[in-house]
Design a protein around this ligand. Sequence first.
Ligand code: TYD
Ligand code: MG
Length: 429
Amino acid sequence: MVEEKVETEAKPKHKARTFRLPEADDAPSPVPIADLDGGDDRRASTGIDELDRVLGGGLVPGMLVLVGGDPGIGKSTLLLQALDGITKQSAGRVLYVSGEESPQQVKLRAERLGVDGQRLLLLAETRTDRIVSAVERLEPAAVVVDSIQSIYDPEIESAPGSVSQIREVAARLMYMAKARAVPTLLVGHVTKEGGLAGPKVLEHLVDTVLYFESATGHPYRILRAHKNRFGSTNEIGVFEMEARGLMPVANPSELFLAERPEDAPGSVVLPAIEGTRPVLVEVQALVSPTTFGTPRRTCLGFDSARAALLVAVLERRAGLQLLGCDVFVNVAGGMTLREPAADLAVAVALASSLTNKPLPPRTLVFGEVGLAGELRGVTQPDVRLAEASKLGFRRAVVPTAALKKTDVPADVEAVGVGALDEALEISFS
Ligand code: TYD
Ligand code: MG
């Protein structure tokens, strides 16, 4: 809990400024939508394909982008590389505002990255008014502000990073971006829970929210759009952190498949939905005969009551002999699966381990399993299949119900099944 001063005096002033509209003489009047120019041809490339794709095809003039991610994940690195890329694509200057690091620190990073532009300008500044006037003076082609939590508005009394400061600073920078038509990228810190630090209004205000994340203990990083007013949120960008900065990974599917033992029995890949985003997760199961006492049912990242239920269904509806066995279920990468769509993956992994037969490569499964052994549809099958296709999977065993009105990607063969025993038979064929 942090005490915050309520500013009764300053309030009308700050309100008036935050919501100031363009000058009266250029106030827009309604126009037919057919006469408007979408301006998609004015997209500017950052020179980094993976980033451009997540942005929806590049930066749009006046676009305000928020990039969130854990400390040390590479936000500053990515944005510095993006600015460098922009100077190589266009003739303009770009501005990197650092509120956290000294110009020397940024320079050191730039040297590591091999960035040495005359047109890449550095500014160590933490006051919004000075940042805005620098942008008005320099008219850069793009601006990076690293980070929004370190910038403050001197007219507001609370500390930098507090809710009212972040709201005010973001609003100031948004008006700057829109008025100057300059694409502006903000770095945002995340909380311990993984959400962006600051008020929710921050996410509403900006055009695009990107999350930079990494799988625990892996050198690769995934960039995802959480919100995008200028493109799809289904795209991901994959990078690898190397000694000379972030390198785009051209074929992410190979990278992901390399991480798991492909021919190992008991390993099954599942396209799960985490929040609003699809994530491919590996479910592992190990079944071994109980040596003494009662059989053990141990689950990590999966509900053990649910696993016990699946064991019983496998036993009764699919004829597998599991009752005299210890059963272990693990969700790789420390993830926790809570949705019923994971049922089928756990059931197939158990069957695979019991029969010692691996699943064919590039196959994945998802679906809810009922007590009668029936398979039920799950939410967002198209998002799951699209993610599977993107990461190189070519065959999916899914409940028939999930295929109704679903766009199946052209390169994925989706097999609809109605019951668990049928699903097992088809999965291993
Ligand atoms: P950084 O961009 O500073 O992260 P963030 O701004 O998200 O906090 O990068 C952090 C890590 O990346 C740092 O621990 C060192 C590593 N790194 C490399 O491995 N190679 C490089 O070329 C650079 C610049 C950083
Ligand atoms: Mg940083």
